[in-house]
Design a protein around this ligand. Sequence first.
Ligand code: SAM
Ligand code: 2KA
Ligand code: SF4
Ligand code: MG
Length: 263
Amino acid sequence: MPVNDAVEGAADRPADAEEALPVNELFHSLQGEGKLAGVPSVFVRTSGCNLRCWFCDSYHTSWEPTHAWMGVDEVVDAVAERARTDHGRADHVVVTGGEPMIHDEVVDLLERLDAAGYHTTVETNGTVYRDAPIDLASVSPKLASSTPTAERDPKGDGEWADRHEDRRVDIEALARLVDAYETQLKFVVTDRDDVAEIERLVERVRAAATATVADSDVLLMPEGQTRERLDETRETVAELAAAYGYRYTPRLHVDLWNDAPGT
Ligand SMILES: C[S@@+](CC[C@H](N)C(=O)[O-])C[C@H]1O[C@@H](n2cnc3c(N)ncnc32)[C@H](O)[C@@H]1O
Ligand SMILES: Nc1nc2[nH]cc(C(=O)O)c2c(=O)[nH]1
Ligand code: SF4
Ligand SMILES: [Mg+2]
């Protein structure tokens, strides 16, 4: 159930919202991506992002953010409600966005979820490090092919391109995440040319981090918000993963439910 149905054009942060997060949607689904693909999970999607990938599949958290302000307690209660099924309880929670790590309050949320016994995954672009109880840091560093140039800008004329380009990779933040948490590096691949940049970036992270980044921690994910687009990208990306010894991750939710919200 998308929270943003009711809050289209929500006002900015209310003055009394001390421990609040802007929440775009909160739903139960199967983790569609990465090492935990297929695991029943509750998703908390925060709104707001420091980047603007042209292909962002969560347009209403980045390019045109919408949200309801929810207290951290309120989010935890809503997670518990979505986690209950007729046959048990989902014990995995995925905190995503937008970019969840730009919000100070995400640490409180993760602490509360951890204390309640959930496994926590954070989906992040890897530009912001925070110290929090994160069981899996699902880091998706952004490649040059994500930059919203004038030709690819979904809403303007490339106004975000320079800012996006300046911010998209922070090796120190990536190394800190890798050193602190179990991490997967999950790259969105748009075409074959992306692999050379992935190889260079992985080597830079390996050089900066103390922890090991195995090739099996590096995941190639086909770009595609829709089944039609994935039909064009997935085979090439699977071939690249096999050829370079990286792992392939599907986008199960797109295969199953296409681009429906709340999935
Ligand atoms: C919407 S982002 C939110 C978390 C964080 N901002 C990030 O980018 O990692 C969630 C995941 O979807 C991926 N993603 C976004 N748009 C995509 C697309 N069109 N095709 C494939 N993956 C996409 C991101 O790379 C990330 O792994
Ligand atoms: N089912 C499902 N799995 C996902 N894994 C990461 C997602 C995200 O948007 O961060 C996502 C999502 O939006 N839906
Ligand atoms: S970093 Fe994530 S949320 Fe932000 S624009 Fe890119 S894909 Fe969307
Ligand atoms: Mg998604």
